[in-house]
Write a protein that binds this ligand. Structure first.
Ligand SMILES: Cc1ncc(COP(=O)(O)O)c(C=O)c1O
Length: 351
C-alpha cells in the first residue's frame, strides 16, 4: 500500500487510516531521509519522496551483507506532541555496527536530525494517541559501489523510512496475551560472531529457525548460546527477561543484541520499582525455577511468555503483574502519559 502525499508545514491533520487495525507491516509513507558518504564525507540529501533506491550492482551490501539497520518507534502524546525514545542509543548501536563492518560512522547529530525530519514530514501517519499503534522508524546503512572483491565499500547510503505499525506479536499485550515460543536447535549467531551487531545477515540466518517455530504454531524461536546450547540467548528480535527469587534476570552474552528496551526496563526496574536486577548466564533448565518470563524489544515492547517448548519438554508460566508495571512504565515514558525521570523522551520539533 502507498499513502497519499499531503504534508504541509504546520499541517496537523491525521491520515485517514484504521490505525487500531494495523499489523506489523510496511506501508510506504510520503517521505524518507537520506545521506550519502562519498570521498570521505557525509552529504545530506535530506527528505526525498522516492521509496525506491538505485545502487550499483556490485555493492557490498548486496553480495557481502555490508548492511546495518535500526528500529525505533515514534509516538503521539495525548497533547499531540510527538516523541521519539532514546534516539542516541540507536545511533550509538548503529555506529558500533559501522565500526564492526569497517564502514564510517554516521555522526550522531545527523542520525538524530534524520529521525526528527522524517517523523515531522510524515506526521499525519503518526498514529493517534491511544490507538495502540506507533510510527516505526527504520534507519539503515548500506555499503555501495562498483565492486566485486570481498572488502568494505568506500561509499555508503544512510536512509531512514517510517511506517505506521500495530503490535508485533498478534494480540499485543494483556493478561490473556501470553505468547508461546519454541527452543531452536539452530543458532542465529556464532560464539564470537556478529550477534551483538544489528547487521542484516544475522536476520537472514534467523528465517529458517523462525519459520520452523511459526509453522508449529509458536510466535518465534528462542535461541540458546551457540557454544554449548545450554544457556538462553534471546527470542527472535527480542531479549529475554525472567523473574526468579524476586529478581529480574536477563542473559549475559556477547552474541545477543544489546536491546535499548531491555536496558531501559532494567533501569526502570531498579530505579523506579526498587527491584534487584541481574545480568548473568541463565540455563534453559532454570526455566523450571522461574516465576515468570517475558521478552522485550522496540517492536515487542514487553510480551509475557505463557509457554516455552523444547522437543517434548515444556515450561508454562502465568501472567505476572510485574510485567504490566514494566509495560505501563515504559509506554508511559514513550507516549508522554507518564513521568520521564530519566529524560528518555525526545520531542520531535514540528515546524
Ligand atoms: C535480535 C534482536 N534482539 C533484541 C532486539 C530488541 O532491541 P531493541 O529493544 O533495541 O529494539 C532486537 C530489535 O532491535 C533484535 O533484532
Amino acid at each position: 500500500m502507498s499513502l497519499p502525499r499531503y504534508y504541509f508545514p504546520g499541517h496537523r491533520k491525521i491520515a485517514n487510516l484504521d490505525f487500531a487495525k494495523l499489523g506489523f507491516d510496511y506501508t510506504a509513507c510520503p517521505y524518507r531521509f537520506e545521506a550519502v558518504f562519498q570521498h570521505g564525507i557525509w552529504r545530506v540529501r535530506g527528505l526525498i519522496e522516492d521509496p525506491n533506491m538505485t545502487i550499483p550492482e556490485g555493492s557490498q551490501c548486496l553480495h557481502y551483507g555490508q548492511e546495518l539497520f535500526e528500529g525505533m518507534k515514534v509516538h503521539r502524546g495525548p497533547d499531540d506532541r510527538i516523541y521519539a525514545f532514546r534516539p542516541l542509543e540507536n545511533a550509538r548501536r548503529l555506529n558500533h555496527g559501522a565500526r564492526y563492518l569497517c564502514g564510517p560512522e554516521v555522526p550522531e547529530a545527523l542520525f538524530v536530525r534524520g529521525i526528527e525530519e522524517v517523523a515531522a514530514a510524515n506526521h499525519p501517519y503518526i498514529p493517534p494517541h491511544g490507538s495502540g499503534a506507533a510510527l516505526y522508524v527504520r534507519p539503515f546503512y548500506l555499503g555501495i559501489g562498483d565492486n566485486v572483491g570481498v572488502k568494505p565499500a568506500r561509499s555508503y547510503v544512510f536512509r531512514i523510512f517510517v511506517t505506521p505499525v500495530g503490535p508485533y506479536f498478534k494480540g499485543g499485550f494483556g493478561p490473556d496475551q501470553g505468547k508461546a515460543f519454541m527452543v531452536s536447535r539452530l543458532d542465529r549467531a556464532a560464539p564470537r560472531g556478529s550477534g551483538h551487531v544489528k547487521a542484516g545477515g544475522n536476520y537472514a540466518c534467523s528465517f529458517t529457525p523462525g519459520q520452523e517455530a511459526k509453522s508449529r504454531g509458536f510466535a518465534e524461536a528462542l535461541y540458546l548460546d551457540p557454544r554449548e546450547h545450554k544457556y538462553i540467548e534471546e527470542i527472535g528480535a527480542a531479549n529475554f527477561l525472567g523473574f526468579r527469587d524476586g529478581k529480574l534476570i536477563t542473559p549475559e552474552s556477547t552474541s545477543v543484541l544489546p536491546s535499548v528496551t531491555r536496558n531501559s526496563l532494567l533501569e526502570i526496574a531498579s530505579t523506579t520499582f526498587g527491584w534487584i536486577t541481574e545480568e548473568r548466564k541463565i540455563t534453559l533448565d532454570e526455566l523450571g525455577e522461574m516465576d515468570s518470563a517475558a521478552c522485550c524489544g522496540t517492536a515487542a515492547v514487553v510480551s509475557w511468555i505463557a509457554r516455552i517448548a523444547d522437543g517434548d519438554r515444556e515450561w508454562t508460566f502465568e501472567f505476572d503483574e510485574r510485567w504490566q508495571q514494566l509495560y505501563d512504565a515504559i509506554l508511559g515514558i514513550q507516549t508522554g502519559t507518564g513521568d520521564d525521570p530519566f529524560g528518555w523522551r525526545h520531542e520531535i520539533p514540528l515546524k
